[in-house]
Design a protein around this ligand. Structure first.
Ligand SMILES: [Zn+2]
Length: 678
């Protein structure tokens, strides 16, 4: 295998990977500056020294066309030609074909040439489908591209082959194209998207990327061909694009344009630059305008590259922190068409696709940036899990809906809760901006770890309310009482009559409640968290039935945080609660209980027998050894590692998502917390 990809970190459908090539390792997502083999405005070595570039792309078609370049490349290799010892990717003339109508090289010939000059990743001569192509035409282009991919494999030798995914603006064709070229490629560019980006058709761009990603294997690098404007990097990275290439830095510099993370500006109109790059820091705009053209162009190109690489560093850091959506949402305000693209992500199938990749928690708070924050895949998942896994406490007649407020909600609403409990056997749901929060789940990520505005936009409010409504109707099913002025304009489906006359409730419900002393929030917390995290019924499996729980289950509290840290059931340490995100970490006893209590495939990651022996000793599960995974598991979930005969060998946290099983040839699939012997 000439190149390979290893997953290191993830957020949204985006990821940080190590891309191994014959000429070194690259951290993705990254930008490949385009080097013109004829005139190098900025040399390859400078690309590394000034901007930190790790991989570059140049054009094999142009090299082949010029006698001197061709001779040099064939004799000494492409690395010598551009004076660069890192990985080199080459394009094949497809774009020239798109611009000039035709190229004078056969598809197999150009692949042979790329192989002969020693490039690390060569590209097939695919057929560029413009957005104007009809479905039938795009389909013909696609079929020709697939034929050429097949033809190219025989010529590629040891070189990694980039087989481009075409398909015009039709997501279904993109998916079909992706599946068709998968057997032939090592790296997958998404092609034909430059006209979409030039015309700011970002909504189409999103559909095209997701269509292609659907059909591509998870463990292979994906390159968004011709995407060199940083404005699109966060969004494209969030959809799982690993590589970008930029000739924009030079093209824009030639036109006197300066690239910024939120758009482009003409140098002629710039009086001052807020940019912190070395060019803008040392050269006032007036001086830059006065420079002779070659120097000005060079400095503008440098600025453009500084800004582009800085944005990619920002993207990677956001992935590590779990705040990529925040960045995507902020950047989407830069252009109305990016707002349209965000709307596409709110469509149900898109949300479902994104949710499959999304880790269960992040290391930083869920920070609300605007209307799109109500639609992040993490919330989508939580709402679904609440709907299918949560069970309200037994023996509750009235559910009181409390308003958004200080976090954690149980502390913020302590006095209201106390008051209600003195009067009725009640339970409490917070009508939060993130959707319904049963009070005993107020510590889990992101309910406690979120920062929201005091006043929400009407659209987001409607979204939150409709989720709450559904939850009250289908899961809670008791009479509902609203507590708070902000809830007044809202009709509860299950208790319209109560709402119409709040006095009615008080008369109806005069009996004494349990009082806050008898109200065992810890017990409720453990029960609900276990069910929500591991599936409905997990609380019973782990902690036993609700009745008699107080006698059986002991909580050990952290003195510093005054929160439950460890849960003991009949003397066994079954669970630990993580202070950071409020979710459980399994222990050996907890894992054994879940394994005995739940049938396969629930919570399982099935590994090959030869791996199981190592995992039983506490070693991590490597990606190639995973045979199967519970389709409900998500990155960050605790899981049971079992051998092919369903013997429990370890427990740990999932790194891969179920649809990625079989995709990665390197790296971890499960970080094992504890091996359980054999
Ligand atoms: Zn600058």
């Amino acid at each position: 295998m000439p190149i390979s990809l290893e997953l290191k970190d993830r957020a949204a459908a985006g990821r940080i990977c190590r891309l191994e090539t014959p000429h070194g390792t690259v951290t993705t997502p990254t930008l490949l500056p385009v080097l013109n083999p004829n005139i190098q405005l900025i040399s390859a070595k400078e690309m590394r020294r000034l901007f930190g570039a790790e991989m570059v792309i140049t054009n094999s078609y142009v090299i082949r066309k010029h006698d001197d370049l061709r001779t040099h490349a064939l004799e000494k290799g492409v690395h010598s030609l551009i004076d660069w010892d890192g990985p080199v990717m080459t394009d094949s003339g497809t774009f020239q074909q798109y611009v000039y109508g035709d190229v004078e090289v056969a598809p197999d010939e150009i692949v042979r040439f790329q192989r002969d000059i020693g490039v690390d990743v060569g590209t097939i001569l695919d057929v560029f489908s413009t957005p104007e192509r009809s479905y039938e035409e795009a389909r013909e282009d696609l079929e020709e591209t697939v034929r050429r991919a097949e033809l190219s494999v025989a010529e590629k030798g040891d070189m990694a082959l980039a087989t481009t995914v075409q398909g015009g603006v039709y997501p279904i064709l993109r998916e079909e194209a992706a599946r068709a070229v998968t057997p032939f490629g090592d790296l997958f560019p998404i092609g034909g998207v430059v006209p979409l980006m030039e015309r700011q058709r970002y909504a189409d761009l999103v559909r095209v990327i997701v269509g292609a990603k659907e059909g591509l294997p998870a463990g292979k690098p994906v390159h968004l061909f011709g995407c060199g404007h940083p404005m699109v990097f966060p969004l494209a990275a969030a959809l799982g694009c690993d590589l970008f290439d930029s000739s924009a830095y030079a093209k824009y510099a030639r036109d006197g344009r300066m690239i910024f993370a939120d758009g482009t500006r003409m140098l002629a109109e710039m009086e001052e630059s807020e940019c912190l790059c070395p060019v803008c820091q040392t050269t006032p705009m007036a001086e830059l305008k006065r420079l002779a053209e070659p120097q000005r162009m060079r400095l503008l190109a440098e600025h453009n590259l500084h800004v582009s690489f800085a944005e990619l560093r920002r993207v990677r850091q956001s992935i590590r922190e779990g705040t990529l959506w925040e960045l995507v949402e902020q950047r989407a305000t830069a252009h109305p068409s990016l707002q349209d693209a965000m709307k596409v992500l709110q469509e149900e199938p898109m949300k479902q696709w994104l949710e499959r990749h999304e880790p269960i928690s992040g290391s930083r708070a869920y920070r609300w940036t605007g209307p799109h924050s109500a639609h992040r895949p993490l919330l989508h998942r939580l709402h679904r899990r609440l709907q299918t896994r949560y069970q309200p406490p037994p023996d509750v007649e009235t559910t009181v809906v409390l308003t958004e407020g200080r976090r954690p909600f149980s502390a913020g609403h302590r006095e209201r809760i106390k008051d209600h409990l003195s009067r009725r056997a009640a339970h409490f749901i917070v009508d939060s901006y993130l959707g319904p929060v049963p009070i005993e789940l107020d510590h889990v990520y992101p309910f406690a770890q979120s920062i929201v505005p005091d006043v929400l936009d009407p659209g987001s409010l409607t979204t939150a309310r409709s989720v709450l409504s559904l939850f009250l109707d289908e899961v809670v099913r008791t009479q509902v009482l609203a507590d708070g002025d902000e809830l007044e304009d809202w009709t509860f489906h299950t208790a319209e009559d109560l709402y119409a006359d709040p006095g009615l409730v008080l008369q109806h419900d005069k009996k004494e409640g349990p009082g806050i002393e008898a109200w065992d929030l810890d017990r409720l917390r453990m029960r609900a968290t276990a069910d929500l995290q591991f599936g409905r019924g997990a609380a019973k499996v782990l902690l036993g039935p609700w009745e008699g729980m107080e006698a059986r289950v002991r909580f050990h509290r952290s003195k510093r945080l005054d929160k439950v840290r460890n849960v003991q059931v009949e003397g066994d340490h079954v669970l630990s609660l993580r202070a950071a995100d409020g979710w459980f970490s399994l222990t050996a006893d907890g894992a054994r209980r879940l394994h005995a209590g739940f049938q396969t495939p629930k919570l399982r990651v099935v590994v090959q027998a030869e791996s199981a022996t190592f995992n039983a000793e506490g070693k991590n599960v490597m990606a190639p050894f995973v045979m199967d995974m519970d389709p409900e598991l998500r990155p960050g979930d605790d899981c049971l590692v079992v051998d092919p005969d369903d013997r429990l060998v370890a427990h740990g946290r999932v790194i891969l998502a179920p649809h990625e099983v079989g995709g990665f040839q390197r790296g971890l699939a499960v970080r094992v917390r504890e091996g359980l012997g054999t």
